[in-house]
Design a protein around this ligand. Structure first.
Ligand code: SF4
Length: 210
């Protein structure tokens, strides 16, 4: 939809507000890197470990050196030796795996809290991690809180359409049918809201009694 509106009307939003379903690495990469749209979206993040071992957030990223530093201060790299033909190391899942040196891990006092079941620790980084970091940065701002409040207002209207006006599925077929049905439901919803707004509940009761 954003591409279509941009193409047809030369309009593009400055920010995009959505729930975690929009917070995947690929979507955030598209918003930030390709469209330069501010992502007011929670990041889809499954890297927090629940078994009391170090999560990825405990490893410090160094952009210039292209490496992580583990809690013991040792490096995790995507390549430990140079190749004649430089490799990108990007996996099919659009990630790069950073590995600790087995020598470092063998003698490490924190191994039980880091990688108790493997010989050395690996950390997976998305190729869109910079976009994910941008979304994390925005999530800590007052503007994000404001976006979240605005999103709730819009989502409540959709929830109302589904539950009260029974628009949980479309009955008319094709794009025109969907357009007409949605327009009718939105009109009915607006009329209801207008009636409530023009005649608050107390006033309705008083008038019914007279
Ligand atoms: S086990 Fe390896 S990666 Fe983990 S803290 Fe120790 S040296 Fe670092």
């Amino acid at each position: 939809m954003i591409n279509r509106v941009e193409h047809q009307r030369d309009l593009k939003p400055r920010r995009l507000v959505g729930d975690t379903a929009y917070g995947t690495a690929a979507l955030l990469g598209w918003m930030v890197e390709e469209k330069q749209i501010e992502p007011h979206v929670s990041v889809w993040d499954k890297t927090t470990r629940k078994d009391n071992t170090f999560s990825r957030s405990e490893f410090i990223w160094n952009e210039q050196a292209n490496e992580y530093r583990c809690p013991a201060g040792n490096a995790l790299r995507s390549d430990w030796r140079s190749f004649g033909n430089p490799r990108t190391h990007v996996t099919k899942a659009d990630t790069i795996v950073y590995r600790a040196s087995q020598m470092d891990c063998d003698g490490c006092s924190m191994k039980d809290r880091c990688c108790p079941n493997t010989q050395f620790r690996k950390v997976v980084r998305s190729i869109h991690e910079a976009a994910r970091d941008e979304a994390r940065r925005i999530a800590a701002t007052p503007e994000y809180k404001q976006s979240r409040r605005q999103r709730k207002k819009v989502e409540m209207l959709f929830a109302h359409l589904k539950r009260i006006l029974k628009l949980d599925r479309l009955r008319l077929r094709g794009p025109n049918g969907a357009h007409d049905e949605f327009l009718m439901a939105a009109t009915a919803q607006n009329l209801r809201r207008m009636a409530k707004w023009l005649m608050p509940e107390g006033k309705q009761t008083n008038q019914a009694a007279t």
